[in-house]
Design a protein around this ligand. Structure first.
Ligand SMILES: [Cu+2]
Length: 188
């Protein structure tokens, strides 16, 4: 009996460092607290502030990892409003963020009133939406929201505020890749 215990203990001692090493490296790769920030700006053509010109996002394509914490920081210089319409009215609400809110102009909110929406950053297929309020003229507004992508793939994002040209504002920038639509990748 004594021998058995000793052997078992010895076995544990012999195996433990190997298991330990495996556990440590496994844990490190699975739960390394990665937190990335993607900064996007919303500029209007030709100048950084002013209404009536075609707006566009910068950094319209980026890649993040599944499971990491991703903060999207949008700095908008657009002082024009583009109230949401019809089926897109739901995008006045913040959706899919880790705590159901975003911080817009220093305030924590869960929605932006329709009349005050300038743009949205929406990844519909991930259920993610952050409405961007109108910026003060000649200044910028900063909007941040955090989410954790739970699946891999290439996902299209859109602005659903009618901020482009045409009778209902859905042409021009709204249909130009890299302006009010783009793609993000979530890799493993
Ligand atoms: Cu827009």
């Amino acid at each position: 009996m004594k021998n058995t215990v000793t052997k078992a203990a010895a076995l544990v001692l012999a195996v433990a460092p190997v298991l330990g090493a495996g556990i440590v490296s496994g844990t490190a790769s699975a739960s390394t607290p990665t937190h990335v920030t993607e900064v996007m700006q919303i500029l209007t053509t030709g100048k950084l502030a002013g209404s009536g010109e075609q707006p566009r996002f910068t950094n319209s394509a980026w890649t993040v990892h599944k499971g990491e914490t991703v903060t999207i920081k949008i700095v908008s210089f657009d002082d024009g409003s583009a109230p949401l319409m019809g089926q897109y009215m739901k995008y006045t609400k913040v959706m899919g963020t880790v705590n159901g809110t975003e911080v817009a102009g220093g305030k924590t909110v869960n929605n932006v009133s329709d009349i005050n929406v300038s743009h949205t950053f929406t990844i519909a297929s991930l259920g993610f939406n952050m409405p961007v309020p109108v910026a003060p003229t000649g200044k910028s507004i900063v909007v941040t929201a955090t989410f954790k992508p739970t699946k891999t793939g290439t996902f299209t994002w859109n602005c659903y505020a009618p901020c482009g040209t045409g009778s209902v504002g859905m042409n021009g920038a709204m249909k130009t890749s890299g302006w009010m639509t783009g793609k993000i990748k979530v890799v493993s």
